[in-house]
Design a protein around this ligand. Structure first.
Ligand code: ATP
Length: 369
């Protein structure tokens, strides 16, 4: 069993320049299930790498307990935790061949020669490295080097793989390819994988569940679908999804009407009862770019909530277009049909599909529903 439990984990660093302490991870509690692919995602500095390093034993938590399997590993040395870590910079030995790089960790573990050969053959076969075992790292492409780094983890046959932004040095196309390879690898190995990235697309495509972090705090732990459909708060709503969710300053004028500036929207009947405490108050309306339509192309959604809006700019992406406009102080993005055109400065009717709306509390920024 390779489940991992983080129990009330806090990590503070001493801030040597300014004095005092800095909390990098604040009271995080969650479980990573056996064989799960779990992704930590969040902006730079939110505490993802620190969390991963604490699981690896490279960093000691200030308080709380970490369990791997049924053992508390608080005081366990990294090499005894049965985990393998793949770093962003691959950390390959430049003077060694690929084969020697793959063998290196095993030699240190005093594995027999036959066993080493078998494991290196297995890893190089599943990663497509057979042809390049006698080359040096500098003779490999970025993607191939990345595979060697993964191979070095695979030969150790660990219970848990930890990945720290392993794809960030690759170009966009290779990243997509390696993403697919990593997902396949997870299926094939049946191992627990904990993966850190700041890229929400990578998190959404790879993670069975995702831990969204911000400023050292866990914001939400859920499946990609759940994060997209039911974000816990404005941070998660704005971080997950591309382009991000739009936010509008709104007033719930009555139980069934919502005002944004001069525009009055009617709230779908099915949603009306869920926020009765907020009637008469200011709220934040959240609506994703894909839920705003050019009226000419709004074939599949109710069209009662619409407004003529002056467009600031338009971007053509091929299959779809992005339209930008301002409402109040906020820049709003609509992801519209590829055949929907408008000139900057022109006004056009846009439909807001409020069946997909979210409301957020203006103070706590938590989702009301
Ligand atoms: P990134 O995506 O930029 O790698 P991250 O989410 O992985 O960011 P961490 O590396 O976990 O962030 O760092 C979290 C916070 O803790 C940051 O503000 C960082 O400056 C701070 N921090 C990390 N390591 C140390 C350290 N050894 N001493 C002091 N502060 C540290």
């Amino acid at each position: 069993m390779a489940s991992i439990i983080m129990e009330n984990i806090t990590k503070t660093f001493v801030d040597e320049k300014r004095g005092g302490t800095f909390t990098a991870v604040n009271d995080a509690s969650f479980e990573i299930k056996d064989k799960e692919f779990l992704v930590f995602v969040g902006p730079s500095g939110c505490g993802k790498t620190t969390s991963l390093r604490m699981i690896a034993g490279l960093e000691r938590q200030t308080s709380g307990n970490i369990y791997i399997g049924d053992k508390v590993v608080n005081n366990m040395h990294p090499k005894d935790r049965d985990i393998a870590m793949v770093f962003q910079d691959y950390a390959l030995y430049p003077h060694m061949t690929i084969e020697q790089n793959l063998e290196f960790g095993l030699k240190n573990m005093k594995t027999s020669k036959e066993e080493i050969k078998k494991k290196v053959q297995y890893a190089s076969r599943i990663l497509g490295l057979d042809e390049m075992l006698d080359r040096k790292p500098k003779e490999l492409s970025g993607g191939q080097r990345q595979r060697v780094a993964v191979g070095r983890a695979i030969v150790r046959d660990p219970k848990v793989f930890l990945f720290d932004e392993p794809l960030s040095n690759l170009d966009a196309k290779l990243r997509v390819q390696m993403r697919i390879e990593l997902a396949e690898l997870h299926q094939r190995l049946g191992a627990t994988i904990v993966y850190v990235t700041h890229d929400q697309v990578e998190a959404m495509t790879l993670g069975e569940r995702i831990v969204v972090m911000n400023k050292g705090e866990v914001q939400q732990i859920a499946s990609p679908r759940e994060l997209y459909r039911n974000p816990a708060n404005m941070f998660v709503a704005g971080f997950i999804g591309s382009p991000p969710m739009n936010f509008f300053d709104a007033v719930l004028e009555t139980a069934s009407t919502l005002r944004i500036g001069d525009i009055i929207f009617t709230i779908p009947e099915a949603l009306v009862k869920q926020y009765s405490d907020y009637v008469g108050k200011k709220v934040i309306l959240g609506l994703r770019p894909e839920d705003i339509y050019d009226e000419e192309f709004a074939f599949t959604v109710p069209t009662n909530n619409k407004a003529a809006i002056k467009v600031k700019a338009m971007e053509h992406l091929g299959g779809e277009n992005l339209v930008y406009f301002s409402i109040g102080d906020r820049l709003i993005t609509a992801k519209v049909h590829g055949e929907s055109f408008v000139r900057p400065g022109e006004a056009k009717n846009y439909v807001f599909n409020l069946d997909k709306m979210h409301l957020f509390d203006i103070e706590t920024e938590k989702r009301i529903f």
